[in-house]
Design a protein around this ligand. Structure first.
Ligand code: GLU
Length: 322
């Protein structure tokens, strides 16, 4: 039994007049990703809005930097985290017990809260590595992502579809998301893979600290993957967003989603959801990847697990769902 489950503690304080009172506090943690990704600032933005209303609802929100989507989902299942950010493909697989989650089976208590920004599958290569398309990764030194990250899982699916395995590359590394840019610029790898919102700190680092290019990930295999699966779609990274890449980049992508579980208290999820949607304009200003968010899409896009009852209650009250 986990001891961190919504630990509710009574905190004793003194009011000005000296009378003692007890205030209930509920602690929640959000699993995110590497600090130079977008999940980590997303978690920070969510907590900022939640914590602004702490005196009314008593919820204290904290953010954890983690290995990424798959780690966050597994931690929610283990009741070690109340909330997490996760790619739409891995949300689907955990709820259905498919792909990486086949051995553990479906997690039917997984709940969707809302969706966030799009996450293109982003490949950055050294300009001197002779890589101008995704297929050119064959024979190169490639960071395929750390275990527990969404990009690692998605890269494995893509590798399978391409008929690739670890021997396809001359060197395979499993660096954390936040370590990839430096490895690229130190010439320890030729290319890095990151499923991430844009602009992100990590891609900015990789494109400004040395000469690199963003690579198209678009071929018949990728198009077939996207056609067969609702949680993938083709995606564009606008030209000019990063140094070295002036033309639009075509790839496929997923969506970042915010998830929880049925065991997390309805009132807590309700208050969190309300804080985000009532503060949506503020939220959108907290990271450039959030500028395009809109409430209607956030309650449905890329969500394959059922909505959490607390989130659903707020969406009904707000007229966002029937
Ligand atoms: N999509 C990545 C993952 O699932 C994380 C991206 C980010 O941290 O913004 O692990």
């Amino acid at each position: 039994m986990n001891t961190r489950i919504l630990s509710t503690v009574a905190v004793l304080g003194l009011v000005a007049g000296g009378a003692a009172f007890a205030q209930q506090q509920t602690f929640i943690s959000i699993g995110t990703g590497g600090v130079t990704g977008v999940y980590y600032p997303a978690g920070g933005a969510i907590c900022r809005l939640v914590n602004a209303g702490r005196s009314e609802h008593g919820i204290r929100c904290g953010v954890e930097s983690t290995a990424g989507s798959v780690f966050n989902l597994n931690s929610i299942r283990a009741q070690e985290l109340e909330f997490g950010v996760a790619q739409s493909d891995w949300q689907f697989h955990m709820y259905n017990g498919s792909s990486q989650f086949e051995a553990d089976g479906a997690y039917e208590d997984l709940r969707a809260v809302f969706s966030l920004h799009p996450e293109p599958f982003t490949v950055v290569a050294r300009a001197d590595a002779g890589i101008s398309s995704f297929e050119d990764l064959e024979g190169k030194r490639v960071n395929i992502g750390n275990p527990g990250s969404g990009q690692r899982g998605t890269m494995e699916v893509v590798m399978d579809a391409m008929g690739w395995d670890m021997s396809t590359f001359s060197v395979v590394s499993e660096l954390q998301a936040g370590e990839q840019a430096q490895a690229l610029c130190d010439n320890n790898i030729d290319a890095m893979v990151y499923t991430v919102g844009h602009p992100s700190g990590a891609i900015q680092e990789a494109t400004t600290a040395c000469d690199t290019v963003l690579v198209n990930v678009d071929n018949d295999v990728i198009r077939a993957l996207v056609d067969d699966r609702d949680y993938y779609r083709m995606a564009t990274i606008p030209g000019g967003m990063y140094r070295g890449t002036d033309a639009d980049v075509t790839t496929f992508g997923v969506g970042a989603t915010f998830v929880s579980a049925a065991w997390v208290d309805d009132d807590v999820v309700y208050e969190l959801t309300k804080a985000i949607f009532e503060g949506l304009d503020t939220f959108k200003g907290l990271h450039p990847a959030f500028e395009i968010l809109n409430a209607e899409e956030m309650v449905s896009d890329g969500l394959s697990a059922p909505l959490h009852a607390g989130a659903e209650r707020y969406y009904r009250e707000a007229g966002l769902i029937d």
